[in-house]
Design a protein around this ligand. Structure first.
Ligand SMILES: Cc1cc2nc3c(=O)[nH]c(=O)nc-3n(C[C@H](O)[C@H](O)[C@H](O)COP(=O)(O)OP(=O)(O)OC[C@H]3O[C@@H](n4cnc5c(N)ncnc54)[C@H](O)[C@@H]3O)c2cc1C
Length: 484
């Protein structure tokens, strides 16, 4: 039996009590992420420097104490929750951002907030494109550890596409550097890319070197209303087939639009065409960006394309108005709590030809379970957020939600898709991992984990072990991003 209390005292002696916190309030605050499944750690470690991280890892290995590293805690798969207790290394206060303007790179500490990285880049006319909807809250290394996507992923790619170098610690406590402030790097195995998306299980990132690109000078935004979910999704596929690549192409299905409409968000946008949303109305939000001349040309082509398919509810090249249009999308997540006090929130991916079969299947699940299945997401890359809304206090509804999400995940894999496109596996998707991967694939992943973390110190239980979330009640807390 490992003596975690004794190890924690040793850690506190080594780092100082101002770096190691054991109060119930401090431990509870880092015990869950946006999934709200809480697992209490034994201590919270606030390292002052890299030496503190190394000391923590060496002691953790010596005493077999589980270690979970945490950014801003906005992850939605429970990956930052300390499933097996132990120590949480909290790096939210490591926030430095340095822009290497002439090299078009940023050197950032793990806790830097993603929106702040882009704002710092913008001051140099540069752009850090990956923009999860949580961009104002999430940290850059949380993004790297989950390979976060975002609204602009189809045009600009995901987090992985912008990571040139990483520094940090192996689970065993050795300092390592993968890649660097270099545009090319082909030396040895590419462990940098193994760390990206590894959900804090293969190493602790203490510094990231990011690629920046020139900032687009213009943007143009359309809010398009369609008569049905199928019309909107067919139109999205048709737009992409015309080789118009919007920076953002967001889909809101009719169930989502109905929730948003009840929240009166549309009142701010009286339809210029006299269009009134019906219960079947679905929406596409389309944004074009780039050089002003190219954006003007694509806006003309998009307007012509939309004329025969949709009602142009609104279009604008004014940044402030575009932000208000985006509020419709940002409101979705909270608006759907009109349909139940809890939701299952999946971030699946399907190929272009499966968009319509997928949305029909969400409605089939609604029919079979009697539970609402609002869906929205990134139509340009097939990454949709499908939900099942239910009442957590009703065991029968919980049973139907659990059965419904399993059917949904099986359908996604049958459609040639992926069970997660950006949130990762963590604990909440661990029950579905074996739908996606063969035993050989899982064994290869486990072999990597065993090689880098022979004592299974970092985030034990995450990804590979099946956690039944239905045995755990989510905590009832309000989080900073809940107002959207
Ligand atoms: C409202 C809302 C909208 C969202 N929209 C999106 C979206 O559009 N796209 C998207 O991809 N995600 C989205 N997310 C999910 C979440 O914001 C992302 O997963 C984000 O990348 C998590 O960052 P974080 O700093 O909060 O990480 P945390 O939740 O703290 O941690 C996430 C994972 O990263 C690991 N980690 C953190 N720091 C380090 C480090 N220094 N070294 C190694 N591992 C580390 C943790 O151990 C954990 O496994 C959304 C979440 C919310 C609440």
């Amino acid at each position: 039996m490992n003596d975690i209390a004794g190890a924690t005292r040793q850690l506190s002696d080594a780092l100082g009590s101002d770096c190691v916190h054991t109060s119930e309030a401090a431990r509870f605050a880092v015990s869950f992420d946006n999934s709200r499944f809480s697992f209490m750690p034994d201590a919270v470690v606030l390292p002052r420097n890299e030496a503190d991280i190394r000391t923590t890892l060496l002691l953790a290995n010596a005493h077999r104490v589980p270690v979970t590293v945490r950014g801003a805690g906005s992850g939605s798969a429970g990956a930052a929750a300390p499933l097996r207790g132990g120590w949480v290394i909290h790096l939210a206060h490591w926030k430095n951002i340095e822009i290497l303007s002439s090299a078009s790179m940023a050197v950032v500490q793990p806790g830097a907030i993603t929106a702040d990285v882009d704002a710092a880049a913008a001051a140099h006319g540069l752009f850090y494109p990956p923009d999860p909807s949580s961009v104002k809250h999430c940290s850059i290394c949380g993004n790297i550890a989950t390979n976060a996507g975002g609204l602009r992923a189809a045009k600009y790619g995901v987090c992985r596409d912008y990571v040139l170098g990483l520094e940090g610690f192996l689970p065993t406590g050795e300092f390592v550097r993968w890649g660097g402030a270099l545009r090319k790097f082909a030396s040895g195995y590419n462990i940098k890319d193994l760390w990206i998306g590894s959900e804090g299980t293969l190493g602790i990132i203490t510094k990231a070197i990011l690629k920046l690109i020139p900032r687009p000078q213009a943007r143009h935004t359309f809010l398009l209303a369609f008569e049905s979910d199928e019309n909107a999704l067919d139109a999205a596929a048709d737009l992409l087939a015309r080789h118009i690549v919007p920076s953002v192409l967001e889909f809101l299905d009719s169930q989502t639009v109905a929730c948003v409409k009840k929240d009166n968000v549309f009142a701010a946008f009286p339809p210029s065409t006299g269009y009134t949303a019906t219960p079947a109305t679905a929406i596409l939000l389309v944004e074009l960006d780039g050089h002003p001349a190219a954006v003007a040309d694509e806006a003309t082509r998009t307007r012509e394309w939309a004329a025969s398919r949709a009602t142009i509810f609104r279009e604008t090249d004014d940044a402030a108005e575009a932000e208000r249009l985006w509020d419709i999308r940002r409101t979705c997540s909270q608006a759907m709590f009109q349909l139940g006090n809890a939701k299952l929130n999946e971030d699946i991916v399907v190929p272009l030809h499966a968009y319509v079969p997928l949305i029909r299947f969400t409605r089939e699940i609604m029919r079979r379970t009697g539970l609402a299945t609002p869906t929205f997401g990134h139509a340009a890359d097939g990454n949709f957020h499908i939900h099942i809304m239910y009442n957590r206090d009703d065991p029968e509804q919980c049973r139907r939600a659990e059965a419904g999400i399993l059917l949904m995940m099986k359908n996604v894999v049958d459609l040639g898709g992926a069970i997660t496109g950006e949130h990762g596996i963590g604990i909440t998707k661990s029950p579905f991992l074996r739908l996606q991967h063969s035993p050989a694939e899982l064994a290869a992943m486990q072999a990597v984990k065993n090689a880098l973390d022979p004592r299974n110190i970092l985030a034990p239980g995450q990804i590979f072990e099946v956690t039944n979330i239905w045995e755990h009640r989510p905590v009832n807390v309000t989080l900073p991003w809940d107002k959207h």
